[in-house]
Write a protein that binds this ligand. Structure first.
Ligand SMILES: [Zn+2]
Length: 347
């Protein structure tokens, strides 16, 4: 039985670090094991300009412990007012690594997102021209569409059109949750990829809703039926360069999640690699973990593959993680799936 693996240091291709007094906690939890991360721009107000991205990056680096190294890859929040020239300049200079599209109202702090897709056409054209990837939260927000169907409807009515209009645009469908998304991405060309989260590989909707509602399993897109989780699992362990890890680690204070209208998001940064090692081992696919966490994302983004490595070791006893972290603003619960892992990252 394999007791230890060594993999290229991973990157997280979808991460929420939040801001202000949460940064020292969120940044260092990720930097412990990850070399780089795509930093989501949905702050309040959102990161819509290069100057905002620069300032946010500065705050992130200030929060980083001096003994850790970490590169935040910044993104801009796409609005109907985004200036194509600013995107071009930001991507070419390396200030940003991607642009994020939120359909207006789809998730946390997405009110400034896109309503009229005609208005973002010029930006998408420039992005295709310079090779800047578009990260998409792939759900429609029409209240008439059932929440469990919103991803599938988005693929059919929005995503496919964006890609047909801009065949050269690199698109990442973020945090996919359905078999339909997996099938679509497998079937399409190499300009389309997807991130998969740790929690969507760990949970189905019974975990969220059966026997009581579990606010710390609530995220968007919401977790789906088991058949969908199995499709995500198959994609993650396939070794396909089109599927890679984006944790979507999204901490919220416990009092905001354990509420009559709780926030969406799971805080998975602290134990993602331990959970993934367990899942991949169960699938007899530990040899595919490195592709998923450390290689395929970097290649899709056109970035160098990290040169250092990390070790993940299997112990005899389950690994115990803290249940929460304490921040000046309150406690944040660390994601804990309904299974144990014996794997542990060696730091
Ligand atoms: Zn997210």
């Amino acid at each position: 039985m394999i007791k230890e693996i060594e993999i290229v240091r991973p990157d997280d291709w979808h991460l929420h670090l939040r801001d202000k007094d949460l940064l020292p906690f969120t940044v260092n939890e990720t930097a412990k094991s990850f070399a780089r991360a795509i930093i989501m721009p949905n702050l309040v107000p959102p990161i819509t300009r290069l100057i905002d991205a620069e300032n946010y990056k500065h705050r992130i680096m200030k929060a980083l412990k001096p003994n850790l190294s970490f590169i935040p890859l910044m993104t801009l929040y796409l609005t109907e007012e985004t200036d194509p020239e600013e995107v071009k300049q930001g991507y070419k200079s390396g200030q940003i690594s991607a642009v994020k599209l939120y359909p207006a109202g789809a998730t946390t702090n997405s009110q400034s997102g896109v309503r009229n897709y005609e208005k973002i056409k010029p930006v998408l054209e420039i992005m295709a021209e310079v090779g800047c990837p578009l990260c998409i939260h792939g759900e429609v927000t029409d209240s008439n569409i059932d929440i469990f169907d919103r991803e599938k409807v988005f693929i059919d009515t929005v995503l496919d059109k964006i890609r047909t209009d801009n065949p050269a645009l690199k698109v990442i469908m973020e945090h996919i949750t359905t078999k339909e998304a997996v099938d679509y991405i497998f079937a399409e060309n190499e300009n389309l990829a997807a991130t998969v989260t740790t929690h969507h590989l760990s949970l189905n909707r019974n975990d969220l809703l059966s026997g009581g509602i579990r606010p710390h399993f609530y995220c968007l897109p919401v977790v789906k039926r088991e058949v969908h989780r199995l499709a995500l699992l198959k994609a993650a362990i396939s070794g396909s360069p089109k599927f890679f890890l984006g944790t979507d680690s999204a901490p919220h204070l416990d009092h905001d999640k354990e509420s009559s209208c709780g926030c969406a998001g799971c805080f998975t940064a602290p134990n993602t690699l331990e959970i993934l090692a367990h899942i991949f081992e169960e699938q007899k696919a530990l040899n595919k973990l490195e592709l998923f966490t450390s290689i395929s994302g970097a290649k899709f983004y056109g970035k160098n593959i990290n040169t250092d490595k990390i070790r993940i070791v299997k112990k005899d006893e389950p690994t115990l993680f803290p249940k929460k972290i304490n921040t000046p603003s309150g406690e944040i619960t660390i994601f804990s799936p309904n299974f144990e892992t014996k794997w542990q990252v060696q730091v």
